[in-house]
Design a protein around this ligand. Structure first.
Ligand SMILES: Cc1cc2nc3c(=O)[nH]c(=O)nc-3n(C[C@H](O)[C@H](O)[C@H](O)COP(=O)(O)O)c2cc1C
Length: 362
């Protein structure tokens, strides 16, 4: 176990259309505000700690409509009381001073429940469509790291000065500062550049779905590097949940999702993500090892294998926690009903297994 802290749960906010799988299977998930407000309340009651909004500026592979992440996150905060909401920010369209100020104000409006996820970009067509220069892979991460250093500096220092390749500040004083505790900084990505950035500056590292062995390698790598930097990173892993009363039922749903996948859209997505990662020299990016079936879920969520009965899923979650996972970021087919079911049937089993583990290790 990484430590005795209870594992945290987050869910993907469906603020873009088409759900979280590229498939024609029936999805009762909707992307509108009303559906999402209700979902946030269900998730909070079900025991979820965080909601993660997505940022997309253009359609692609199913996401025909996309609500903006910061505004949407703010709305979810206004309809909940405990849930923390993580707003995705893409350096380029956002610069650090605007982001720092927006997030500081939101923390005053709703209390310190707002966090940020710094994403580095994978969709070249999106950058082209909005006139944003497409930096190569390593440069995208250099910019993201400067972005994070600026956010932290602006939030913490009474007078902030920074001279980077992408951003410059001179004696800048943000007032008011965000409420304490300061907003947590998450980041997405699995490549060498993404891991090294996490080991230097991020509070949380979000990675694509993976097996316990695959996660272990990443955790060991990141935590060893972070330790040499005097830093501690928490690990969030993506997973797609299909929890049903029997394993056969759950597997049948997975097979239906894959059978009804839209092959052209999945191949288009595959082309785009490989292209985005191809400049990452070591070839270990988010989608470097994804099969066509894996890509039916945008972030390799089937690989995490949270597909089966509540008991099977809870046991697999504990196995992931033993490998150093601090948080599971979860997607579902029918969010309202599946999140409610997960909270009722799976989370209590996880908590019971955590209690047993802590008794054994005490
Ligand atoms: C959990 C998670 C959430 C992400 N959310 C977004 C998002 O909302 N918008 C976006 O453009 N990219 C998003 N990304 C993409 C990453 O920021 C990054 O650009 C991509 O994973 C490439 O990673 P790589 O460097 O490992 O190839 C997300 C990635 C992960 C793992």
């Amino acid at each position: 176990m990484s430590d005795s802290k209870p594992l945290q749960f987050a869910y993907w906010v469906p603020n873009v259309s088409g759900g979280l799988v590229i498939s024609q299977i029936e999805q009762r998930t909707r992307w509108d505000a009303e559906y999402n407000r209700e979902l946030a309340k269900i998730a909070e009651k079900a025991g979820f700690d965080y909601a993660l909004t997505q940022i997309r500026f253009t359609a692609g592979y199913g996401a025909d409509n996309q609500h903006e992440s910061v505004t949407f996150s703010q709305d979810l905060l206004s309809h909940t009381s405990k849930l923390k909401v993580i707003a995705a920010l893409l350096p380029g369209p956002w610069n650090p001073v605007l982001a720092a100020k927006q997030i500081a104000t939101i923390s005053h409006l709703y209390g310190p429940r707002i966090a940020v996820n710094i994403v580095s970009g994978w969709f070249r067509g999106e950058f082209k469509a909005i006139g944003e220069p497409w930096l190569d892979h390593e440069e995208r991460y250099l910019r993201s790291e400067e972005f994070i250093r600026c956010l932290k500096g602006i939030w913490r220092e009474s007078s902030f000065t920074f001279a980077g390749d992408f951003y410059r500040f001179r004696d800048y004083a943000l007032k008011p500062k965000p409420l304490s505790p300061l907003p947590e900084i998450f980041q997405g990505g699995s490549s060498r550049a993404a891991r090294d950035m996490a080991a230097r500056v991020s509070d949380w590292y979000f990675t694509n779905g993976n097996t316990p062995e695959g996660v272990r390698q990443q955790v060991e790598d990141i935590q060893a590097k972070a330790a040499t930097n005097g830093h501690r990173v928490q690990i969030g892993l993506n997973g797609f949940v299909i929890a049903r009363d029997t394993e056969q039922e759950a597997q049948a749903v997975l097979q239906e999702i894959i059978a009804k996948a839209n092959p052209d859209a999945v191949k288009g997505f595959q082309h785009e993500v490989k292209n985005a990662g191809s400049a990452s020299p070591e070839g270990e990016g988010n989608w470097a090892k994804s099969s066509l079936e894996d890509l039916v879920q945008y972030n390799d969520g089937f690989k995490t294998n949270l597909i089966g009965t509540p008991q099977q899923i809870a046991e697999r979650i504990i196995a992931l926690k033993r490998e150093g996972v601090d948080l599971l970021l979860l997607a579902f087919l029918h969010f309202h009903e599946d999140v409610e079911f997960f909270g009722r049937e799976v989370i209590p089993l996880v908590r019971e297994l955590e209690r047993q583990e802590s008794r054994v290790s005490a």
